[in-house]
Write a protein that binds this ligand. Structure first.
Ligand code: FMN
Length: 316
């Protein structure tokens, strides 16, 4: 039973929430209102690299609910990729202004562009040149300081953005330290556009607390919280705790494993991907540190499978 009318979004986690994760998640744990895909980088010119957009093939994605995300710094290149996604059937695109990784920042991409309002303006000028694009933005409060977003938001207010997703940290914070709820409140109230709150919704209680603090927000995005507890979506929808069924969690894991095995080339890739997932799944187990360590030690697929079978057997 749905006790909330809020819209719930899946956050993009590159290396984790690919289309296999997204589709398998929804098979076992229910549907999000929207799912933002991990970023696709631009390339120079009118060329769209097929390997970059393979994960977004339309036969594996619901174009009405999955939103491709673009990372880049050249207005023309972003425009080309946005148009390509539109021609594939996607209803909107999102521009990444939040990624904090140093190699991204160096190129004035992701949160690295938040200190360069003119660059942001030139990108939005290009995207809205023909008024045909439905564009949203995912941003942090700034790269080095939350003050940076004051100017950025006054720029956003000059364009017909579909929505603005705010992760209330700065780029230099990466993923740690507190979310800055005071600045989130100020910026979200200053924006003309619908705002999506994103960051540290680890539990139903967190959601309830943020909801109480921000009554003007009805769009919420969860990433790591959902990966650590796949039942979080149902808990938010129903407003109460949901008993974790480890047979379902195992089926979720096994489906991701089998589909990734078909898709990825070789055991090293497969193990790398599954270990990344266990950074989150291990949190479901009472002795999470030991579980994670045990999985991370595995160097062959056979040992990995045996280890995971045993972990679920003793927990179920
Ligand atoms: C491993 C990892 C990969 C991420 N990849 C992306 C990405 O591709 N695009 C993006 O906008 N944010 C990315 N993020 C940020 C998340 O979408 C989200 O903003 C952040 O984790 C805070 O939300 P959460 O606390 O609900 O996880 C990534 C985060 C992590 C931890």
């Amino acid at each position: 039973m749905n006790t909330t009318n809020d819209y719930i979004y899946l956050a993009p986690l590159r290396g984790v929430t690919d289309r296999i994760f997204r589709n398998t998640f929804e098979k076992h744990f229910g549907k999000f209102d929207f799912l933002l895909a991990p970023f696709t980088p631009t390339v120079k010119g009118t060329f769209v690299n097929p390997s970059h957009i393979r994960d977004l093939s339309v036969e594996h994605n619901d174009c009405k609910r999955v939103i491709p995300q673009i990372i880049g710094n050249m207005p023309d290149d972003i425009f080309v990729l946005a148009n390509h996604f539109k021609s594939m059937g996607y209803q909107s695109v999102n521009i990444n202004m939040g990624c904090p990784q140093p190699q991204i920042i160096r190129k004035r991409r992701g949160s690295g562009m938040l200190g360069h309002p003119d660059l942001i303006k030139s990108i939005l000028d290009k995207l809205f040149e023909n008024q045909e694009q439905v564009v949203s933005v995912k941003m942090r409060l700034g790269y080095s300081s939350a003050e940076e977003s004051e100017k950025i938001i006054s720029i956003f207010n000059q364009y017909p953005l579909h929505e603005v997703i705010i992760h209330p940290r700065t780029g230099i914070q990466m993923y740690s330290g507190n979310v800055d709820l005071e600045h989130f409140l100020i910026r979200s109230q200053a924006l003309k556009h619908p705002v999506v709150y994103n960051g540290d919704i680890w539990s139903l209680n967190h959601y309830k607390q943020y909801k109480q603090r921000f009554p003007h927000i009805n769009r919420w995005m969860t990433g790591r919280g959902t990966c650590c507890n796949p039942y979080l979506l149902q808990e938010i929808r129903t407003g109460s705790a949901v008993r974790k069924d480890f047979s379902v969690i195992k089926a979720f894991h096994d489906d991701i494993f089998e589909l990734s095995k078909e898709r990825l080339s070789g055991p090293a890739h497969l193990l790398g991907k599954m270990k990344e997932l266990w950074n989150y799944l291990s949190q479901l187990f009472p002795d999470s540190k030991r579980v994670l360590k045990s999985v991370q030690k595995r160097t062959s697929v056979g040992n990995y499978v045996a280890d995971v079978e045993e972990l679920f057997r003793v927990t179920s």
